[in-house]
Design a protein around this ligand. Structure first.
Ligand code: MN
Length: 237
């Protein structure tokens, strides 16, 4: 059981469940040096193995020189680790059901216990406030820092017209939150459709959010997802 193995499993888990596809990435902070983190070289998540994991400093420069292509958006990870000392894992995804909530005035709300963390408040990052006419990608440290400021102390932020970023104290929380953010967005759309403009939807109240969030570590699901992912990797060899 190593951190790198858990990181590789995270790529496979999120790809398997459609939270990331050919794009999207996961990183984890180094246990040895909090000013370093691990992220794959530029590769589709389903292909990532331990050999593809590189170490980066918090300016998102690879620690070991090489000429492998890197994710253009690696600054998302480094800049969040700089601003959030308690965060040890970051997921960037284009999770489809979440996108509509980043482009409308309809906020994501806590509707489902597995994603009660939504009740803490999920901000939306507007890239135009930092750079007009961008291609939406977080290609520079400046854009990464602006995204980290939008995220603030929250567990996730939507990125308008692009995707989202989800963080946690460890990989299992960052991965679990990413999985259930997608599910919860879909459930909210379904509830809004059923309720229609006049129907009532009962959201979590503040006390329910407060009671649910600290307890939810996704441990049982993580053990299952991880076991299945590692079995699939083993079968490929
Ligand atoms: Mn992206």
């Amino acid at each position: 059981m190593s951190l790198i193995e858990d990181l590789v499993a995270s790529y496979r888990i999120l790809a398997e469940h459609g939270v990331i596809d050919g794009y999207g990435h996961v990183s984890v902070r180094s246990e040895r040096d909090p000013k370093r983190y691990y992220l794959s070289r530029s590769l589709a998540p389903e292909l990532v193995t331990e050999n593809d994991i590189l170490e980066f400093d918090l300016d998102s420069n690879p620690v070991t020189a090489g000429n492998q292509p890197l994710y253009l958006e690696r600054f998302i990870h480094g800049e969040i680790y700089k601003s959030r000392p308690e965060v040890n894992a970051v997921v960037h995804n284009h999770s489809p059901s979440v996108i509509p909530f980043g482009v409308t005035s309809v906020p994501l709300k806590p509707i489902f216990h597995m994603a009660a963390f939504i009740g803490v408040g999920i901000p939306t990052f507007e890239i135009r406030k930092t750079q007009k006419g961008s291609d939406m990608l977080i290609r520079t440290p400046r854009l990464g820092a602006a995204l980290a400021r939008s995220l603030g102390p929250k567990p996730a932020a939507l990125m308008r017209g692009h995707g989202s970023v989800v963080v946690g104290e460890d990989l299992q929380r960052a991965v679990g939150r990413s999985m259930y953010l997608e599910t919860s967005a879909r459930l909210q759309m379904q509830a809004m459709l059923i309720a229609g403009p006049r129907g009532k939807i009962t959201w979590f109240d503040a006390a329910e959010v407060k009671a649910s969030v600290p307890r939810q570590d996704y441990a049982r699901a993580w053990d299952l997802w991880r076991k299945k992912a590692l079995e699939r990797i083993k079968a490929e060899r």
